[in-house]
Structure formats: C-alpha cells, structure tokens
Design a protein. Structure first.
Length: 335
C-alpha cells in the first residue's frame, strides 16, 4: 500500500516492524513495513525519525516529498539502487547516437496513441446520447492520428538533430487532445485549456497534482531499473531537471492521471480549492483514485498486469534497449 501524509505537524516513526503515524501526539495509523511500498509527504512541518528512514530503505520503501500543489522536490532511496554502471554508461552514450532518437519517438508515439484511446474511452458513452459531440471528438482523434503519422519520417544522427521536429508533433497533437478533453468536460466545468505552472483552476490543479504523483512513481521505477532519471533525451538537460522522468512519463500520463481526472469531472465530484490549491481532502481523494488506477489491470504484451507493474517493466525495457539486449515498444492502454 501507499501512505499519503497531508496534515501539518505529522510525525512518522518506527515501532517494532511497523511504521507509526502520529498527529497531535496520537497514533492514527500503523502499517507493517512489508505491506508498504511508498510514503508520500505533501505537507510542510512533518517530521520523521532516522530509524524509520533506515527501515524504509532496507524494505525498499521510497519516501517522496511533494509541495501542496503536487510538485516533487525530494526523494529518499538507497544509493545502492543506482549501482548498475553499464546501464548508465550506455544511457549517456545513447544521447549522441540514434538510440536517443528511437526512444524519444517511441515515448511520443505511446503518448499520442494513449491520448487517442482516452478520447475514445470517454466518447464511446456519448455516441447514442450526443451524436454531435461524438463526431466532434472523433474529428479531433482523426487529426491527432494524422499528426502522429509524421513521427515515422523523422530521422537524424542524434537527438539534437531532430528534437524540434518531435516536439512540434507532440505539441500540435497535444493542443488537439486538450480541445477534445474540453469537449468531453464542457458541460460539467469551466476548463480554460491545459496550463502547466501557476494554474489555479480546478482541472489544471487536479492534473498537476496527479502528474506530480506519477512523476515520483516513474522516478522510482527508473532508479530501480538502474537508470539516471536526470539524463533524458527529448527534454533538454538542466541542473536539477528530471529529464528522463519527463520523457518516460509521457506514455503514462493519459491512462493513469487524465482518465481519473476526466472521470471525476464527469461524475460531478466536488473539487475543493483553498488559496489557489487543492484542499487536503481533495488531494487525498485524488491520491486514492490514482492509486486505485495504478492497481487496476490493463492488457500488455498479451497478458493483464497492474499499471504499476507495467511502469516498472517498461523502465527495465528502456534499460535493456539501451544495453542493446531488446527492442522497446511503448505501452498503449485500452479503451
């Protein structure tokens, strides 16, 4: 399971083989370490003991820290998880050859196919009740697919040669996708369109917090696969920027976060805002729903797996691709 700590002044400690969560000096939760996968703290003023940290490291439990808006700013993991030197050497070398191009194109291919499938998933219920809306969404889907087809013609010697072309495809398709989302949610809530930083409207606040949760899930998977989360291909290098996380997450945003957020809006779920941010109660609700989605199963390579497992498997496949041991195919969820 995953523990989310959102209340100011919370304390995390260890008692025997259990994690102890205290609020106002009282124990409010006890979880055996062998049942715990992740601890996420999104509140200022929380504290934790060093014996808790050591126990989490020994059990492979990652401790992630988010701002109240969902932006990850720290993670505690064992340094020995990043000891696979061969994988990292190949990852860095791939930046200067065609492997970087191949991965970048496949990440965006997966993203665009998942955008299409999420639009199909929500529009299929409108076919009989709102034919006009259904046709408008499918026009958008057709336009995304036409733009996605341009990926196959992009070629170069290294990612620096073609980054702009790939980003152009991704950007044009993305604008259409969010127009489709706006069509699907327009009668439920005012969605101004996708805004990344500083947005205070409910839909973008839900998306940004959800993506923050997904970032730390993806970062943990990449680290466990022996990859450097900072050494990406499509997203440019910058000190402190988790470029590979932002590359790899592209094929999972829609199936993990967007589906949850659009479903919440369409069901009329209350989205409470406090001082331009999601309220603690809304953050907990969204966190629970995203974790439910991560625990749900989807078809992948002929079998059904939990989405959380698929993310970890795909991270390992990135590593094996970089080492020249296997091909890489993006994950595309069903609809």
């Amino acid at each position: 399971m995953e523990l989310l700590v959102s209340n100011y002044g919370s304390f995390l400690g260890k008692k025997s083989e259990r994690l102890i969560l205290k609020e106002n000096g009282k124990v409010v939760n006890e979880i055996p370490f062998h049942d715990l996968e992740q601890v996420t703290i999104d509140t200022p003023g929380a504290s934790l003991s060093t014996d808790l940290i050591r126990e989490c490291v020994e059990h492979g439990v990652q401790i992630s820290f988010l701002t109240p808006s969902g932006k990850p700013f720290a993670k505690l993991v064992s340094p020995y998880l990043t000891g696979t030197v061969i994988t990292r050497r190949e990852q860095l070398l791939a930046f200067a050859d065609t492997r970087g191009i191949t991965l970048a194109k496949l990440f965006i291919e997966g993203k665009l196919k998942n955008q299409v499938n999420v639009l199909k998933y929500f529009s299929k219920y409108r076919k009989s009740v709102d034919r006009e809306l259904f046709e408008a969404v499918y026009t958008t889907i057709s336009q995304i697919e036409q733009i996605a087809a341009q990926l196959s013609g992009i070629r170069g010697k290294c990612i620096g040669d073609v980054r702009g072309q790939i980003m152009s495809v991704e950007g044009r398709a993305g604008n259409l996708y969010w127009q489709g989302v706006k069509l699907l949610t327009g009668d439920k809530i005012d969605f101004p369109g996708r805004e990344h930083r500083g947005s205070a409207d409910p839909v973008n606040s839900l998306l940004n917090y959800g993506y923050g949760m997904l970032y730390r899930q993806v970062e943990g998977a990449l680290i466990l696969a022996g990859l450097d989360p900072f050494a990406g291909f499509l997203h440019v290098d910058r000190p402190g920027k988790l470029s590979l996380v932002y590359d790899f997450v592209e094929e999972f945003r829609q199936q993990v976060v967007d589906r949850v957020v659009v479903a919440m809006i369409n069901k009329g779920t209350a989205v409470e805002m406090e001082e331009g941010m999601l309220s603690p109660a809304t953050r907990r609700y969204l966190s629970d729903k995203i974790n439910e989605r991560l625990e749900s199963q989807d078809k992948f390579q002929g079998k059904k797996y939990k989405l959380r497992t698929i993310i970890q498997s795909q991270a390992r496949r990135v590593a094996t691709f970089l080492r020249g041991e296997a091909k890489y195919r993006p994950f595309v969820g069903g609809w």
